[in-house]
Design a protein around this ligand. Structure first.
Ligand code: KE4
Length: 450
């Protein structure tokens, strides 16, 4: 009889983690529940690769969910953090580096005249919503179905990312009174927004959106959509908040707003500005930001806001990106090449995919498409996605473990990584095309469909 296979170290550690941490993870999506595979436990990362505790290497397209535009353990970022560490970790008082960080952000993003550093994207969006309500003295907030802005009570309504991954319509624990103050409408439907403004004229504090959505998978704005959102908010006196936690310094040095030529009233940032350490920010028009304590009546605070180590990492990343403006074109071209290659491999196996990509963000949707909002993203075959994810993982390629997440390419991904990814995808798609295809509730025959 075959001896029971030795449990891997990942499995051992995950079992221990499950006894100590909800779901064995510190963020739900890491549990790999949506892809039917045991979660990885990571030992280290370098460049475009991560290595799990069993010594298996993967080309990594999660990139810590967006921060690692320069790749893992980037030497300049590492050096900056070590030098900062020698001066101490936190002081609870202002350091010169925080002022440098604020200068880099306000110089890169003209709509941000003043900025406040916080510790997570959730804190940034929560603060921006409170500020918008305090500034406008209005209560209602509009968001778009499938957009995710962190686990803020008032924004966990029809959200994307993990909320969509686990098909949680809302989260438990949010009083109905909170949810009633948030109006959720479909993304890329300007007429839906116009209707909401007509119905709630003068009562909407802010409209918040991901200008390029990452959290229903990658979904770009339709032509003219962002311009219409800007016009409708301006006309009604509501604030426009661009949640650029994912897209800020990822899609362009000035963020998605610089690509689409829209000037929001407030912007939230995160991920890239911390280079993998906990830091985020919210900022915008000085007349609005001057309402934040201690200058104004809107309170927001944080023990570790502007933390010395996180700011050191962030400054190293932003200065590097600022010195290499061409990096964004390079990343976008490499991502386009990867997407084109994946389309070819899927077509070769007669597997229907719709691949959306913007800059170095992309998603392989297992549906014919187009995917332009959450309803069309929901058409994707999640079982096929999970099968593809597992096939790629077995071949040393790590995609985000959810159909409703964006994948990220970094400056550390090489042409060799792209070739290896496409070779793995050839097998991955081929395996799917041999699998019976479920149409409705019936199983159809295997093999290529006509
Ligand atoms: P954090 O609180 O997780 O730092 O940021 C929340 C947030 C806000 N806004 C946008 C546009 C975001 O994408 C996020 C967080 N993104 C997810 C990935 N889709 C974080 C990964 C996770 O939840 O584990």
């Amino acid at each position: 009889m075959k001896p029971p296979s030795k449990r891997s170290r990942s499995q051992e550690l995950y079992e221990r983690a499950q006894r100590l941490i909800p779901g064995g993870v510190n963020s739900p999506v890491r549990a790999f529940r949506a892809v039917g595979a045991p979660p990885l436990i990571i030992a280290r990362g370098r460049g475009s690769q991560v290595t799990d505790v069993d010594g298996r290497h993967y080309i990594d397209y999660i990139g810590a969910w967006g921060p690692l535009i320069l790749g893992h353990a980037q030497p300049d970022v590492e050096r900056a953090v070590v030098q900062a560490l020698e001066r101490g970790t936190a002081f609870g008082l202002t350091t010169e580096a925080e002022i440098r960080m604020a200068q880099l952000i306000t110089e890169a993003v003209p709509s941000i005249e003043k900025v406040r550093l916080v510790n997570s994207g959730t804190e940034a969006t929560m603060s921006a919503i409170r500020l918008a309500r305090g500034f406008t003295k209005r209560d209602l907030v509009v968001k778009f179905i499938g957009c995710y802005h962190g686990h803020v009570d008032s924004l966990l309504v029809k959200a994307g990312s993990g909320v969509a991954t686990f098909a949680l319509p809302e989260s438990a624990g949010i009083p109905a009174q909170f949810a009633e103050l948030t109006l959720a409408i479909p993304f890329n439907q300007p007429e839906a927004l116009a209707k909401v403004f007509t119905k709630h004229r003068g009562k909407i504090a802010a409209v918040i959106l991901e200008p390029v959505v990452g959290n229903m998978g990658c979904v770009p704005p339709a032509e003219g959509f962002l311009k219409t959102v800007r016009e409708l908010t301006e006309r009604d006196g509501a604030l426009l908040i661009f949640d650029e936690v994912m897209t800020g310094f990822r899609l362009a040095y000035g963020g998605a707003q610089s690509l689409y030529g829209i000037r929001p009233d407030l912007t939230t940032l995160g991920k890239v500005i911390g280079g993998g350490l906990p830091i985020a920010a919210y900022g915008g028009r000085a007349d609005i930001m001057n309402c934040v304590a201690p200058d104004g009546p809107v309170y927001q605070a944080g023990t570790l806001s502007g933390n010395a180590l996180a700011v050191a990492a962030g400054i190293a990343v932003l200065e590097k990106l600022g010195r290499r403006p061409g990096i964004y074109k390079e990343l976008a071209n490499r991502t386009l090449r990867l997407a084109e290659g994946l389309r070819k491999e899927a077509a070769r196996a007669a597997v229907e995919v719709c691949i959306n990509c913007v800059g170095s963000m992309f998603t392989v949707f297992f549906t014919r498409g187009p995917v332009f909002d959450f309803d069309s993203a929901l058409q994707a075959d999640r079982e096929r996605f999970a099968g593809f994810f597992r096939a790629m993982l077995d071949r040393g390629v790590l995609f985000p473990p959810s159909q409703f997440e964006a994948a990220f390419l970094s400056a550390a991904h090489t042409d060799k990584d792209i070739e290896a990814t496409l070779a793995a995808a050839r097998d991955g798609f081929a395996m799917l095309s041999e699998r019976p295809v479920k149409v409705g509730n019936r199983e159809q025959g295997t093999g290529n469909r006509k």
